[in-house]
Design a protein around this ligand. Structure first.
Ligand code: HEC
Ligand code: HEC
Length: 385
């Protein structure tokens, strides 16, 4: 049986249509499927739930503690040289980071200063999660010999001797009590302030709003084709949302992504050490200074402890990339472009096992991804009465 010309023509037209559709698909990255819209909504700041209460800190949401804590956060007398406050390294105008590879105060910190914006949502603090509440975290820089380099007694003495501070302290916590209780109360006030430090909507969030509203003109006005392509890679082929997911773009988990250290530095063991420390830490959720009578410490009870945590660090939020270079737990990655090259190559880890796989993206695709990441930038909001 021979093929009739009409059939051949129909076949040719079908093939041409398919090729046209495919090329058009590639050319215009704009349309979103229902599934795609759902993924975008999951990353949208609008989807961020209200901040859950912290039962371990009874003043966590008390406005008087926010005010007291804000003053303590900027207090330089809590330091060996009278010049260092939390804001020396966590500078509001830099998204609460310092622009340095590693924090510098009395000495040099072991790691990069992370942004604290939105971290009140995290069950773990520090790159290795060695603290399990914001208030217990706030205590350790004060006694860290590289950071504030004072001790709890000095800290308490300053609060008691300052008429304003002592009035504010007593209104919240009552009269003087044991040193450790008073010290933990100071941490609880600082944490109340830190709970107000939150990301504001970015250009990405406005784009999602336009997608949800089905407003294509708005979408085109907010995002370039390049940025849309980058977003598609981020949630698709590049698989970034495996770890950077939810409205804060972090799963708050620990992963080894094979970042190479500075030359001559011993590889950092990360979470495998952090989990041991937080389990033994006297100010943890199970400790005497938690205000939660139920001692509901599910995060500690169910925390992973396996060898996959060697060289693993907490996934950082990606809403803090503007003004926060260098990146990585040691500040070892100078630019966003370098970070993306790192993910593209996914080298073997120096210690443990790199969970990320090489991506094989082209230069153009990497540029698209970077363009998208930049759309996540927005100023932080915080209580600054
Ligand atoms: C010398 C600079 C420096 C000073 C001063 C400092 N920090 Fe930090 N901060 C860091 C570094 C570095 C880290 C990360 C250390 C690590 O992970 O091992 C960090 C981590 C944190 C984190 C955890 C954030 C996260 O994403 O896990 C919080 C919260 C924080 N600091 C709050 C404070 C508070 C509150 C003070 C004041 C009492 C303070 N810091 C003082 C450098 C500093
Ligand atoms: C397996 C989990 C995982 C995947 C997949 C992943 N990340 Fe990460 N990301 C992390 C962790 C963990 C860190 C911190 C690593 C460190 O410092 O050792 C990080 C750090 C970063 C940083 C630096 C942020 C900072 O403040 O220092 C950027 C930027 C980043 N990732 C972007 C991406 C992009 C883009 C993708 C997709 C190509 C991606 N990540 C895929 C877990 C992941």
């Amino acid at each position: 049986m021979s093929i009739r010309p009409v059939t051949l023509a129909a076949l040719a037209i079908t093939i041409a249509t398919v090729i046209w559709l495919v090329s058009r698909w590639d050319y215009s990255p704009r349309g979103w499927s229902e599934e795609g819209v759902a993924v975008l909504e999951s990353l949208w700041l609008e989807s961020l739930p209200d901040l859950p209460p912290d039962p371990t800190n009874r003043v966590a949401d008390d406005p008087r503690a926010v005010e007291f804590g804000r003053r303590l956060f900027f207090e330089t007398r809590f330091s060996a040289n009278g010049a260092i406050s939390c804001a020396t390294c966590h500078q509001p105008e830099r998204h609460f980071t310092d622009g340095l590879p590693k924090g510098v105060a009395i000495g040099v910190s072991k790691r990069n200063t992370p942004s604290i914006v939105g971290t009140a949502y995290s069950p773990w603090f520090y790159w290795d999660g060695r603290r399990d509440s914001q208030w217990s975290q706030a205590l350790s820089p004060l006694e860290d010999s590289n950071e504030h380099a004072v001790n709890r007694l000095t800290t308490i003495a300053i609060v008691v001797a300052d008429k304003d501070y002592w009035r504010m302290y007593k209104a919240l916590f009552g009269e003087a009590s044991s040193v450790d209780t008073m010290f933990s109360n100071i941490g609880k006030a600082i944490a109340a302030f830190e709970r107000t430090i939150m990301p504001m909507p970015s250009r990405f969030d406005r784009y999602v709003a336009a997608v949800v509203a089905g407003d294509e003109a708005q979408q085109a006005a907010i995002f370039t084709d390049e940025e849309v392509r980058g977003l598609r890679l981020f949630i698709g082929a590049a698989n970034c949302t495996q770890c950077h997911n939810g409205p804060l773009l972090t799963n708050n988990e620990f992963h080894n992504t094979g970042l190479i250290n500075f030359k001559g530095e011993v590889p950092d063991k990360g979470r495998v050490v952090g989990i041991r420390e937080v389990l033994e830490q006297p100010f943890n959720c199970r400790g005497a200074h938690s205000d939660d009578p139920a001692r509901d410490c599910a995060e500690l009870d169910f925390a992973r402890t396996g060898p996959e945590l060697i060289g693993a660090f907490r996934t950082p939020s990606l809403r803090n990339l503007e003004n926060t270079a260098p990146y990585g737990h040691k500040g070892q990655v100078a630019t966003l472009a370098d970070m993306l090259t790192h993910y593209n190559e996914a080298p073997d880890a120096m210690i443990g096992h790199n969970e990320a796989k090489p991506l094989g993206l082209s230069k153009r695709e990497l540029a698209n991804l970077e363009a998208f990441l930049r759309t996540l930038a927005a100023p932080a909001s915080y209580s600054d009465r």
